[in-house]
Structures are given as C-alpha cells and as structure tokens.
Design a protein around this ligand. Sequence first.
Ligand code: IFM
Length: 447
Amino acid sequence: MSFEFPESSPFRRSDFVFGVATAAFQIEGANKEDERCESIWDRFCATPGKVANGDDGTVACDHYHLWEQDLEMIAELGVDAYRLSIAWPRIMPVEGQVNSKGIEFYKRLIAKLNELGIKPFVTLYHWDLPQYLEDRGGWLSRETAYKFAEFADIMTKALGDSVFSYATFNEPLCSAFLGYRFGQHAPGLTEDKLGFQAAHHILLAHGLALPKMRENAPKAEHGIVLNFTPAYPADPTNAADVLAADFDEQQGIHWFLQPIVEGEYPAAIRQQQPLWWPTILPGDLALISQPIDFLGINYYTRHVIKASENGPRQVVLPDVERTDMGWEVCPEALTALLVKLNQRYTLPPIFITENGMAGADSLENGEVIDQQRCDYYQSHLDAVAVAMEQGVDMRGYFAWSLMDNFEWAFGYEKRFGIVYVDYASQQRVLKQSAKYFQQFLQQRAGA
Ligand code: IFM
C-alpha cells in the first residue's frame, strides 16, 4: 500500500493528530475488582433480553490486566494519540468517597502513555453511570449533573495536565435518547420526554464540570464529543420528506450542538413537539454554552428519511454498501456534514473522535483480511481532507476502535476493531486495517 502526501495534503500539518479510541466499559472487564461498583451497564447486561447472547462486561478485553501490553501495541501502530474513558464506578464506588485504587489505575495508564510519547485524550463519561445514582433517577435527576461535576473535579485534579485533552461526555444523544427514550441502552426507559430531560441534564453536567476542569488542568484542552448522523430526504423533491429529514437533524444534531455553541435549544422541537420540552432552569443555558476548546464529532453513517402518516421513518435503501451493523457507508455525507456545520455555526476546532465500521471478521491462518474496513478508512480520511480543503478547521482523526470490544446491546457479536480480539485466549491480532493505518502513519511521518 502506498499513500500520497503531496505538499498540499492537509494531513501533513504537524498539529493534526491521528489516534485510536476505546471506552472503559467496552474493554476493561474486571468489573468487580478493586472495589469498582455496579454500573447501569452491568445491571442492563444482567437483565434478560437486553444484550445479545446475554454478553456482559465481566471480562471484555481484560484490558484492566493487559493494559501495558495494549499500550505497547498502540505505540507500535505509530499513532499520535489514544482516546480512552474513565470508569466512574471505579473512582467513586461509594457515594462521596474516592477510591484510590481506581485513581491509581488511570494514573499509571496516563503516565505510560506520556512515556511512550502518545497524547492521552480522556473522556470522563462514556455511559457507565454508577447504579446507585440511577437508583435515584439517573440522568432524569438534576442532582446527577452535580454528582458528575464532583467526579470531573476529582478526576481532573488527579490527572491534571498529564492529559492532553479532556472531553466531558461521549455522545450525550446515546446516553439520553437510547437510554431513556428508545430503551435500547441502559437504563432502558422509553419515553420521548424523558429522553429530552436526560439530554438537558447531561449538557448541564457538562457546563457545571467545565470550570473545575479548566482550573485543575489549565494547559489541557477541554471539550465534548457529540455523535452526528446527518439525515437525507428519501425524495429530495418531496417537501414532506425534506421537512422530516430536517426535523430528524433538529433532534439528533442541533438539540445537542446549538445549546453548546449558541446557548439555545432548537425552537423547532418546541414548535413541533411541545410535550417533549424538558424543564430548564434559569442560568442552565449560560452554563452549557461556555466556550470549549474543541468539538469532537463521531461519524459513522447517514439516515435516509421518508415522511409518512405515522411520522418520519428511516428508509433502508437497496443496493448501497453497508457494514455489519447494516449502516450505509457514505463518506460524502461526512464532508457535507462538516462543511454544513461550519457554515451554520461558529465552531471551535474539530476532531473526528470516532469513525470506523463493524465487519464480520474472522481469523484465518493467523490473519484477518478486512479489506472493506481499509477502504472505509481510506474513503473517510479522504472525506475529512476534502472538508479541510473547504475551510473546516480539523485537528485530528481517531479510528473506532483500537480493538474489537463489547458493542453495547450487540455484545461481542459486532467487531469494530482494527485489532482482532480472540476472546477465549485474549490474544490480539493486528488486522489488515491496523497494518494499513500503521503504513499510512509511517509514510506520513516520512513525507
Ligand atoms: O462502540 C460505540 C462507541 O461506544 C460509541 N460510538 C459508537 C461506537 C460504535 O457503535
């Protein structure tokens, strides 16, 4: 494989960061070790019918024990950065108390990353809320936002500027909407209004935490990671489809971005669905809209939306390339999304904090040939480069994921890694896509 890095390539910029990403619950395992308490995902996994094959996070990739070898593997890939998350249940397994064993685990990990010359990108919340907080209402309770700010304070005091970049949350949409509105994620509730209330409390938590994070880690960058799935009308000449697609984006994109950047929720939600509107107290939006140093965007696919008598519905187009999740492969929509958001908002620098695909990978003769994933990365990197050429201030790109891991409601059935994990032996094998990424980075370094 050979990659072109002409003088004009935006990826030659020395401040552009390439990395790989994971999240605590998806890889760590050891869910009862060193006093870690139960999280909402442990409870959800233990609820029959919620997670494929009854899979859970008891062992996952056993990263809690294999972390050193995993970090060495990351270094071997030649990346500039590693994005990980902190398990709140390890840090505060008992309410109001700090567990030094949890803190020490992450301190060691971050120290080793710095030793290896890999920039640590830390996400404070990637979905594993302590169950004791869910028992008191979870993200439906305003109190949880204050509890998160306490946790963020403790964690950023402990790690300070040894971390390059902190994100408060990963994908508030998933925690709020999949967790409290559509029931596919923990804690499994299913009411529109609950989803919007949870979303507001998560954004409030982000706003409450930010000043403490800045104080504790003044040299680090501070921001948030949002996931965006742009919506396209099934028939662009049909006004109803166009409106339905727009309303999909009001909920999925603008509900999360507009309050952060402009201090307002999209009026379209109140106009079209007044019953969904959450309780918002005076001052909340001012907290939520404090300046951030970066915006993380996670992108995987697009939606195609058709208006119907029963409301908008997602259409599955025939004859388009799909991944093992059934998600359409559409790199053009990534460029279009970035350019559109850049025109619509005044944004801080952007990182693609997740991008990748699940494949039906198998280990054969010691190898995993995942050509579709190599092509996926190539086309999406090209899509990012085109957005940069069109003026979007992009600062980095992270592949999701470093290795196969616990894919939430899909358990271990779906493999997103560029590294294959044999769960029985915990052996890691670099897939063809990991080698692709490695060569890409080597050639960039030499360009
Ligand atoms: O695995 C998840 C990750 O935890 C959050 N973003 C999407 C990924 C793939 O579904």
